[in-house]
Write a protein that binds this ligand. Structure first.
Ligand code: ARG
Ligand code: ZN
Length: 876
């Protein structure tokens, strides 16, 4: 059934306190929940209490300690309804439920894998633990008692502060925790098991000491030190940048190896996919380090944006996620290079969110209906949500944005609120009307801005004609004009910048042009010569931009823009133009030619020692095959795109050979490994150079040598990918894969990389490899990371391998989805979204894709998660 935003109303009963007692057992855990409620003022005295439940066995139900007559309650499939409750007085409901953590393969609620009990309650997992008003606007104070076998679970953790514990004398022990901060049930957490710990302390800005603990499997403690360092930097940064201080005596992180998502911000007890905690030079890449830093920060920042101030209902998910992603982006930008970070963000946004917004799964940042909320933890809610927050900061400017954030924290601390409440804080702080701006939350689809310019030499004016359109998306055929903050500059021939002093036809604040009408004509006066406009500096708005700009104009931007991001953007635009044309040529049987402006631009950026290496590496990375497909938009042939891109890569490799050789020599790392951004940037640039050199190689020797010489995981996995992707059938590739497997066989996170490298070997033949790899002893269909690394990577990141012309890739995926769905619906649904762009394929492939989707849709029993995705995907 479908849930609608407009149906929201507060609960009839107010929950005051929660007391939970867990008697942990792998097969039969007993949960006793004591809940104190009172009827909300004005609510009908006959209204029953309706609690949510999912797959629970109830063995006891008391009202104020007395057994409840069976005539006074009903247990249905997913609710418990209790009647005859006091009119005004508070009352206590005691519910006893039984659950089986060991057979909970969904990994929602309380589950046990590898001997560790842990929980995941967001969004609706708490109802798998006990009957409860499981919605984010029900905030209560929790006490938690945990009883468990002492030998197998010496460690007993929950939210808040530790109250105490004791031996029970029967081989069991208990611990009690109290969380003084009222919280919604989705932030509940419990962990029990036998784990190692890394400890530290942090002194907050007001001088309070906080104990920091990161729990990992025994023996993995040394691999948690980077996460600890990132945590301390996050705590400090949130004090400095947002004035936010931590609010408990202890902050804990637990790393678990079976986890459906990245991590979870449970109050005081974050639970992480161990992929985002564990790192050392031998086993983690620079990208892993950067992800750990970002996700540790993200979850920590949720303490204020999510936990202290939470969501009224799940439609408001972006209230906490968009804002918190924005905060972690700003943190990483401050820790690393801001421009390089922004380039990486935009690459990610365009490759993940833009296709979602352009396909059958498109939805507003703040949706108005859903069938399964788990399917709305999307890049639209997260990444576009972050971009919307960033635009508020751009429109208001730094100081007013800060004032608005302060007001938000002040006004709503301890509340469950809405996007409207959030936006109102910025309106109040700035005096600006943000009603039109708020359309960004409500209208799905990536806006398209078309621009053309005309220079008048006698009047010295430059006239810009701008038009915006927002494409139709499911359920939204007509759109209103948006407020688009477009940062821009006008570059003159010599690379200097024209002053934007006299402007008519649009509001401008500094270099931000406010586009608010469907059509707008903007005139800049006092422009001494024909300017080249540079639009959307730092990607100030998440839009597509069409402007007739030749490669020379783009090259001028690429060489002279003061905004480094805009330089990269211009280079990327040259490359994309060339790649789209090359693809058309491949399909027409014509020869592919490479653009001189592209080759010159890339090599010039690569060789420019005044630029930071990480930037130069980003400049060298051509748009991906899916970037090209997105730019083409319809009737796509992934094989043609691949062939075209390979030819351009080869042309760049040939032209830049000397530069790349020089870089690969100069940038050999000397001394020990450091994960800092500058060192990572040098490794990235060297590996980019190596990629081009290998592209031009006839044989695998150079790549094999790089593999043998690598002394850290960044270089090692890069060399392995070069070998396996460029020379998949060589003895060298086979050897390297075998060596890698043997060396890291007992390190699951590294073996995930081994599967992923093989899943991304281009070409139709890879499907057979994948099938063989599924019979590998190291494959494990119950571990989400492992399934994602093989099946997920194949479907998401191997355009030619997955989109086989005969449709076998889609058929394979359909069978996998149907296999995974019964044990882990969330995992199945997530992997299925890899087909979100199927309608943009050429007819034959699209036909095969539709058939595979129909096969899933027609299965006899589907989870709500997969059922929802496949239904939306097939809807015309
Ligand atoms: N709140 C978590 C985070 O963003 C993610 C939870 C994902 N939950 C889900 N049901 N998919 O940090
Ligand atoms: Zn989050």
């Amino acid at each position: 059934q479908i849930i609608h935003l407009e149906d929201y109303r507060p609960t009839d009963f107010v929950l005051e306190r929660v007391d939970l007692t867990f008697e942990l057992d792998p097969k039969e855990t007993k949960v006793e929940a004591r809940l104190i409620f009172h009827r909300r003022e004005g609510v009908d005295s006959a209204a029953p209490l309706v609690l949510d439940g999912d797959e629970l066995t109830m063995t006891g139900l008391l009202l104020d300690q007395e057994e409840l007559a069976t005539t006074l309650y009903d247990v249905a499939e997913d609710t418990l309804t209790i009647r005859g409750l006091p009119e005004t007085a508070p009352f206590e409901i005691t519910i006893t439920t039984l659950l089986s953590p060991e057979t909970n393969t969904q990994l929602m609620g309380l589950y046990r894998t590898n001997g560790v009990y842990s929980t995941q309650c967001e969004a609706e997992g708490f109802r798998r633990i006990t009957y409860f008003p499981d919605r984010p606007d029900v905030l209560a104070v929790y006490t938690v008692n945990i009883i468990a076998d002492k030998a197998s679970s010496p460690l007993l953790l929950s939210n808040g502060n530790y109250l105490g514990g004791a031996d029970m004398g029967d081989g069991r022990h208990f611990a009690a925790w109290f969380d003084p901060h009222p919280k919604p049930s989705y932030l509940f957490a419990l962990v029990a098991g036998d784990l190692g710990v890394v400890e530290d302390t942090f002194t907050t800005m007001s001088g309070r000491d906080v104990a920091l603990k990161i729990y990992v499997e025994h023996g993995k403690e040394p691999r948690a030190s980077y996460a600890m360092d990132a945590l301390k930097r996050s705590m400090k940064w949130d004090e400095e940048a947002f004035g936010r201080e931590y609010d408990l005596d202890i902050f804990m992180i637990v790393a678990v190896s079976d986890f459906n998502m990245g991590a979870m911000e449970n109050k005081g007890l974050n639970i992480f996919n161990d992929k985002y905690v564990l790192a050392d030079p031998e086993t983690a890449t620079d990208a892993d380090y950067a992800n750990i830093e970002a996700i540790i920060a993200h979850e920590y920042f949720h303490n204020w944006t999510g936990n202290r101030i939470t969501c009224r209902d799940w439609f408001q998910l972006c209230l906490k996620e968009g804002l918190t992603v924005y905060r972690d982006h700003e943190f990483s930008a401050d820790m690393r290079s801001r421009a390089v970070k922004r380039i990486a963000e935009v690459r990610h946004l365009k490759s993940e969110q833009f296709p979602e917004d352009a396909g059958p799964l498109a939805h507003p940042v703040r949706p108005t209906k859903y069938r399964e909320i788990n399917n709305f933890y999307t890049t639209t809610v997260y990444e576009k949500g972050s971009e919307v927050t960033r635009m508020i900061a751009t429109i208001l400017g730094r100081d007013l944005f800060k004032k608005g954030m302060d007001l938000y924290f002040d006004r709503h601390d301890g509340q469950a609120v809405t996007i409207e409440d959030f936006v109102a804080c910025f309106e109040a702080a700035s005096g600006r009307d943000l009603r039109q701006f708020a359309l960004w939350y409500h209208q799905a689809g990536t806006p398209l801005v078309t621009a053309s310019g005309a220079y008048d030499a006698t009047k010295q004016t430059f006239t810009l004609s701008l038009e915006q359109t927002v494409p139709p998306t499911p359920g939204q055929s007509a759109k209103e004009a948006m407020h688009i903050p477009l940062k821009m500059g006008l570059l003159l021939e010599d690379g200097s910048e024209a002053a934007l002093a006299a402007v008519s036809g649009a509001d401008m604040t500094d270099d931000v042009l406010h586009l608010t009408e469907r059509n707008q004509t903007v005139v800049f006066s006092g422009i001494p010569s024909r300017p080249v406009p540079s639009f959307n500096r730092s990607f100030s708005a998440p839009i597509n931009l069409h402007i007739e700009q030749n490669a020379d104009d783009l090259a001028l931007i690429a060489h002279h823009e003061s905004d480094l991001f805009a330089r990269w953007q211009a280079l990327n635009a040259i490359a994309l133009g060339n790649l789209v044309e090359a693809t058309a040529n491949v399909r027409a049987g014509k020869p592919v030619t490479s653009d001189k402006a592209l080759i010159d631009g890339l090599i010039r950026a690569a060789a420019d020692n005044s630029l930071e290496p990480a930037f130069r590496s980003q400049a060298l990375a051509l748009p991906s095959e899916s970037d090209i497909a997105r730019e083409i938009g319809t009737n796509n042939d992934p094989d043609a795109i691949h062939a075209a891109r390979q030819q351009i890569l080869t042309a760049v490799a040939a032209a830049g050979r000397d530069t790349f050789l020089k870089l690969s020599d100069e940038l050999v790392s000397s001394g020990g490994f450091s994960p800092d951004a500058a060192s990572a940037g040098r490794r990235a640039l060297r590996n980019s150079a190596l990629t081009y050199l290998v592209q031009a190689d006839e044989g695998p020797e150079r790549a094999a040598k790089a593999f043998a010489a690598a002394n850290n995981m960044t270089d090692l996995s890069h060399a392995l990918a070069l070998l396996a992707h460029r020379f998949p059938d060589s003895a060298e590739a086979t050897d390297a894969l075998a060596t890698f497997r043997k060396r890291f066989a007992d390190n699951a996170l590294v073996i995930d990389k081994w599967f992923a490298v093989q899943a991304t070997i281009p070409g139709a033949g890879t499907l057979d490899r994948i099938k063989a790899l599924m019979n590998e002893p190291l494959f494990n269909g119950n571990n989400p990371n492992r399934v994602r690394s093989l099946v997920g990577t194949y479907a998401f990141a191997n355009p030619t391998g997955f989109n086989r012309a005969d449709g076998e890739g889609y058929r394979f995926l359909a069978r996998q989805i149907l296999d995974i769905d019964p044990r882990n619906p969330q995992l199945a649904a997530r992997i299925l979204t890899s087909m979100r762009s199927w309608r943009s394929l050429e007819d034959k492939r699209a036909g095969h894709a539709r058939k595979a989707l129909k096969e899933i849709a027609g299965a006899s029993k589907l989870s709500a998660d997969v059922g929802d995705i496949v239904e939306r995907m097939l809807k015309a």
